[in-house]
Design a binder for this molecule. Structure first.
Ligand code: IPM
Ligand code: MG
Length: 378
């Protein structure tokens, strides 16, 4: 209608209603979790606030319980209220869950069950785990310089809501002895959608995709491979190769430079992403994004809750800060803010280190100081 063409009044109405309702541009739910979770999330929030000032957007936060803290408060690791809050948010930032305190919980009520539960409830089927080397940290990598070559930039795309993590499992008896079983199952649509995410990412990068499976043994892997091959026809520009998971584990330390994007199942991705993270020097550095069909995602460092150093103020907040950068890029359409945070982190690393990545000749800083330094560099 003609009313809608009068851009000025529409614009005014928009600004006024935002002010009247005090609406922020983005609503973020924080799941601080357990152990070092709250320390690292607090630093990441500081950095996000700083980025919002600099790039002119507003963020509103809400908190919800997940993991051990949720068990303590409500009896379950994933309360319904947490799912509802996350569903209504523009994005979710997670610290870490778990700790020895809850090790005696039954399997389906452990903190980790809360993490798997929220992945399932939000349909977060695509987990992006970049393994990159930050130039100032090159010496921290246990892999020799000549093997790493110029740089390392691998994107692991892990299927996150299927496979053996979500398959049927149980206890039984074999020959009168107690036994247990888990099942690995993938449907064609599950493989198709994760393959498309990986091919799309490869198109934006170096157009190389490695699909990792165990097709010499597992039927689910044979279906995975057939499906990826079929989807590859939609992406003629991407060079696709296949690798068995055992070979891939070996190739990651023999010649990591051969990889661009890796796509693999839930359990293989869990294992390979920890391995790839260490090539980059410290598991305390790597971020991840978990994405669904919708735009909002869940962002978390790939490391755990580190109960041994919780409360000491020495945790490395950079993986969580870099997760915020991924959130800005993939969910909030603020790519410039994402780039700026990543650049600030690289700059700060030249002279400042938390204990996990400390090197002689640099300043040893606390979790909070690291957060402040990134804000200053921003
Ligand atoms: C990860 C973690 C989780 C997983 C655990 C905590 C359940 O290792 O995010 O990689 O296995 O997915
Ligand atoms: Mg893992």
């Amino acid at each position: 209608s003609s009313d809608l063409n009068m851009s000025e009044p529409t614009q005014l109405l928009y600004i006024n209603s935002k002010e009247i309702f005090n609406m922020a541009d983005y609503k973020i739910v924080l799941l601080k979790g357990d152990g070092i979770g709250s320390e690292i999330v607090n630093q990441a929030v500081k950095v996000l606030d700083k980025a919002s000032e600099k790039f002119n957007f507003t963020v509103e936060y809400d908190e919800a319980l997940l993991g051990g803290c949720a068990i303590d408060a409500t009896g379950v690791p994933l309360p319904d209220e947490t799912v509802a809050k996350c569903k209504a948010a523009d994005s979710v930032l997670l610290g870490a869950v778990g700790g020895p305190k809850w090790d005696n919980q039954p399997g389906n009520n452990r903190p980790e069950a809360g993490l798997l539960g929220i992945r399932g409830a939000l349909g977060l089927f695509a987990n992006l785990r970049p393994a990159v080397i930050f130039e100032p940290l090159k010496k921290a990598s246990p892999i020799k310089d000549e093997i790493i070559g110029g740089s390392l930039d691998i994107m692991i795309v892990r299927e996150l809501t299927g496979g053996i993590y979500f398959g049927k499992r149980g206890r039984t008896e074999v020959d009168g002895q107690p036994a247990a079983w888990d099942t690995e199952q993938y449907s064609v649509p599950e493989v198709e959608r994760i393959a498309r995410v990986a091919f799309d990412l490869a198109m934006k990068r170096n157009k190389k995709l490695t699909s990792v499976d165990k097709a010499n043994v597992l039927e689910s892997s044979r279906l995975w491979r057939e499906t990826v091959t079929r989807i590859s026809k939609e992406y003629p520009e991407v060079e696709l190769n296949y690798m068995y998971v055992d070979n891939c584990a070996m190739q990651l330390v023999r010649n990591p430079g051969q990889f661009d994007v890796i796509v693999t199942s839930n359990i293989f991705g869990d294992i390979l992403s920890d391995e790839a993270s260490m090539i980059s020097g410290s598991i305390g550095m790597l971020a991840s994004a978990s994405l669904s069909e919708s735009k909002s995602g869940l962002y978390e460092p790939i490391h755990g809750s580190a109960p041994d150093i919780a409360g000491l103020g020495i945790a490395n907040p950079l993986a969580t800060i870099l997760s915020v950068a991924m959130m800005l890029r993939y969910s909030l359409d603020q790519p410039k803010a994402a780039d700026a945070i990543e650049a600030a982190v690289t700059k700060v690393l030249e002279n400042n280190r938390t204990p996990d990545i400390y090197e002689e000749g640099t300043n040893k800083v606390t979790c909070e100081q690291m957060g402040d330094l990134v804000c200053e560099a921003l």
